[in-house]
Design a binder for this molecule. Structure first.
Ligand code: ADP
Length: 386
């Protein structure tokens, strides 16, 4: 055979290979679930995965389930040909398949298996579509989060237990210091000054422990939410009343601009705590005015705590709700701050399905917004918010 014929044969071979792969690629891109599962090697690939993989067709019927999926859901038989609901009876997974008929993007869900072992799963799903957008099915990938969740719970329990254990010795130290202070009338003496320092630091530790305990209760959700119709104007009034003495000392003016009959379906104690933290910060970090207002737009209720203080650098506004994040550590400590106040605010807001954010720039004051979906309310806003 001449060199030319070898070259021609090679060329023909390459063209054949290219056309073969192009066809396979197109069938995948067109999202034909059937051809995906029948593609040689594809099922072997899924079979070896530790995540559960499920492929459904356009009718929501299972085309393929890998062994990890069957293990996760303790299925004795291959669920091929059944609907997701028939196979695993998890309505969240079924809803995800339904959702993927409308949505293109990957969606995520997390749920607990209704068995005795309290197992947690996370599922990612992606719709399979033709180029024209016609829905051809879905691929769902299930991750077992049980071990991670257990570790997370252990950590939360540990933090809660340590904080709880620290409470008692700390209150004893505080008790003794107070007694010693009473017995030392000379305010200028060295021992009085030292005792005062011990008292200040034990107060700081107490605030820190209380904040850590609050956060851990919020995280574990063991206290739950006691939600009912709350009059926001009255709630803000109670927050401002509690902080008036502190504001007067710092010559800060407080204003409640929330409409009088505005209501929100919420846990009043928790919401009080969130607003209290925000108004207290407004007073603590300077400025002359702190104002609480409310507005309604696009099905959401926005509560805003605004101050005309030094503001927060725009580049750290995204990080301000992180635990222990402070713009000026020394100043926060000096003012008795723990660095956890805003983290508590964020958690409380999220428990109410809301979001917390801040708008600020250095020297421009700060506007903290807590936004809640109106579906969270039973009767909604009774008066137009300002
Ligand atoms: P802290 O206990 O330190 O006040 P927070 O979580 O409540 O902790 O606040 C975190 C940091 O955000 C504060 O240390 C402060 O630097 C900044 N901050 C919070 N509120 C304001 C505000 N109204 N104006 C300026 N800075 C603020």
């Amino acid at each position: 055979m001449t060199g030319w014929s070898v070259a021609i044969l090679l060329l023909l071979g390459l063209i054949g290979l290219h056309l073969g792969w192009r066809r396979r690629y197109r069938s995948l891109a067109l999202g034909q679930a059937a051809s995906l599962t029948s593609a040689p090697g594809m099922t072997d690939l899924f079979a070896d995965m530790s995540e559960g993989v499920l492929i459904t067709n356009q009718k929501g019927i299972i085309e393929f389930a890998n062994p990890a999926f069957c293990r996760l859901f303790e299925l004795a038989d291959d669920p091929k040909g059944q609907t997701v609901m028939e196979a695993i009876r998890i309505h969240q997974a079924n809803e995800l398949v339904e959702q993927l008929k409308e949505e293109n993007s990957v969606v995520q869900g997390e749920f607990m298996l209704p068995d005795l072992h309290q197992r947690f799963l996370q599922v990612n799903g992606v719709a399979i579509r033709e180029k024209q957008g016609r829905h051809r099915g879905a691929i769902l990938v299930f991750h077992d989060l049980t071990r991670l969740k257990r570790l997370e719970n252990l950590r939360q329990e540990f933090v809660a237990n340590v904080s709880h254990e620290l409470r008692t010795p700390l209150s004893i130290i505080k008790g003794y210091v107070e007694t010693l202070l009473d017995a030392e009338p000379d305010v200028g003496s060295l021992s009085h000054r030292f005792l005062k320092k011990i008292e200040n630091h034990s107060d700081r530790l107490t605030y820190l422990i209380e904040d850590i305990l609050t956060l851990s209760h919020l995280e574990t959700g063991d206290t739950g939410l006691d939600q009912r119709e709350v009059n926001i104007h009255q709630l803000v009034e109670a927050v401002l009343d509690g902080l008036r003495e502190m504001a007067d000392k710092k010559k800060v003016q407080l204003k409640n601009s929330v409409p009088e009959n505005l209501t929100l379906f919420a846990d009043s104690q928790r919401l009080f705590q969130a607003l209290n933290n925000l108004v207290e910060n407004g007073i603590k970090y300077g400025g002359q005015r702190v104002c609480v207002s409310a507005s309604q737009a696009d099905g959401e209720l926005d509560l805003c705590v605004a101050d005309d203080g030094p503001g927060i650098p725009a580049e750290v506004c995204d990080r301000i709700f992180e635990r222990f994040f402070r713009v000026d550590k020394a100043r926060s400590r000096e003012l008795g701050g723990t660095g956890l106040g805003l983290s508590i605010v964020k958690h409380i807001t999220q428990l109410h399905s809301g979001t917390a954010r801040v708008e600020s720039e250095l020297g421009q004051g700060a506007r903290f917004h807590l936004t809640f979906p109106i579906r969270n309310m039973t009767t909604g806003i009774q008066a137009e918010a300002t």
